[in-house]
Design a protein around this ligand. Structure first.
Ligand SMILES: CC(C)(COP(=O)(O)OP(=O)(O)OC[C@H]1O[C@@H](n2cnc3c(N)ncnc32)[C@H](O)[C@@H]1OP(=O)(O)O)[C@@H](O)C(=O)NCCC(=O)NCCS
Length: 339
């Protein structure tokens, strides 16, 4: 490891957290660290994401903290991890510190038998540093994946789902977070994978965020009026399908979900699990929203007793908003209801 770096395993001391927070005040870009120390200290004390193993990298110059990075190693599937907390304080840039902070977790994780590291970035400068550390950007997404075998992220995601055997449906857990990354970021044939969660397929829509894509599901576990279910397969309990349920103030429960193409047979059990949860919370009826062009999903909902109940707000696909102008196409949506 670069002699300027020290590796820590969380939880770390309050003194170190304070030093790191002070360093982050000297990072001019917004990298989502939050406006006070609580988010940082949550991760570094293990108050947040206690299910994962966290390795923190701290760079120092003459004893002063100059930069950080961290990996969150999945508690369920420790060959997968997420990279974050990456920055060098402005005054210490262009000295190779960032590269060292991005490279060290890659070589450590490789040595530990790791398989893939995930992250998201909109930052052009960081993108170059990531590329040199071996990360490759996923098509139509800001997600970058460092596949330690060297294959492309797309190839890795295809292989990830091969030969897993049958899947079963379970209540969602926090450890689904990293396990669900390949599923949520695989290009799905359906335009709208889960309307409840604004999960759109990157085959039709450019993903502008990373952590929130699965993080939104995990967030439901803190909401007493919502939840999610996961279909999992194989020894590693890989997530091959997701469904969500949200109980509205009107007593109607919104449900939706999707599976990997290999696990279409799990869609009905996932939706039924969401409906059953809604019923147990007193929901009298259920609703869903689908793209008019997701013919297969419309048929599946119809077979589950959902009926069309008029238009919903359009989905916006195949493009981006250029200032206020949409450069893409609105696709009609349908409201579905089931008593
Ligand atoms: C991305 C970031 C971490 C890089 O930090 P850094 O310490 O400056 O990184 P490095 O010094 O390794 O590399 C930066 C550049 O300096 C160059 N460099 C490295 N050593 C150098 C030296 N001794 N002299 C001159 N240039 C040098 C590198 O070649 C690199 O060039 P390029 O990226 O323009 O092609 C930093 O810009 C940063 O904190 N950005 C804001 C936070 C951010 O975007 N984080 C990622 C969010 S996902």
């Amino acid at each position: 490891m670069d002699p300027r770096l020290t590796r820590y395993e969380t939880p770390v001391s309050d003194e170190l957290i304070q030093e790191i927070w002070e360093m982050w005040q000297k990072v001019p870009e917004d990298v989502g660290i939050g406006s006070d120390i609580s988010m940082l200290s949550g991760h570094l004390t293990n108050r947040t994401r206690s299910e994962d193993r966290k390795l923190l990298y701290v760079a120092r110059v003459d004893g002063v903290v100059a930069g950080t990075s961290m990996i969150w190693i999945s508690g369920r599937d420790p060959v997968l991890c997420e990279f974050g907390l990456p920055a060098t304080a402005a005054e210490f840039r262009r000295k190779g510190i960032g590269q060292a902070l991005f490279d060290a977790p890659v070589s450590d994780f490789k040595e530990m038998g790791g398989e893939a590291i995930f992250l998201g970035t909109n930052h052009v400068n960081a993108g170059r540093t990531y590329f040199r550390a071996g990360y490759r950007k996923l098509v139509a997404s800001i997600t970058h994946v460092r596949v330690l075998s060297g294959v492309s992220p797309e190839e890795y995601f295809v292989e990830f789902f091969r030969g897993l055997g049958p899947a079963s449906v379970f209540p969602g857990e926090t450890t689904d977070r990293t396990s669900a990354v390949p599923l949520v970021h695989s290009a799905h044939d359906w335009q709208v994978m889960d309307a409840n969660m604004s999960t759109l397929s990157r085959r039709y829509f450019v993903h502008r965020g990373f952590a929130g894509q699965v993080g939104r599901y995990i967030g439901l576990l803190d909401d007493e009026n919502a939840t999610f279910f996961a279909a999992r397969a194989g020894d590693r309990q890989k997530v091959v399908g997701l469904s969500s349920a949200k109980l509205g103030d009107d007593g109607v429960c919104s449900v939706d979900g999707f599976t990997h193409n290999n696990y279409g047979d799990r869609w009905v059990p996932l939706i039924e699990a969401a409906i059953e949860w809604g019923r147990s919370r007193g929901a009298a009826s259920f609703r869903a929203t689908v793209s008019v062009e997701d013919y297969e999903k419309r048929d599946l909902f119809a077979a589950q007793g959902f009926q069309e109940a008029g238009p919903a707000d359009d989905f916006f696909l195949d493009g981006v908003w250029l200032k206020l102008q949409p450069n893409g196409r609105p696709v009609g949506a349908l409201r579905l209801v089931r008593a």
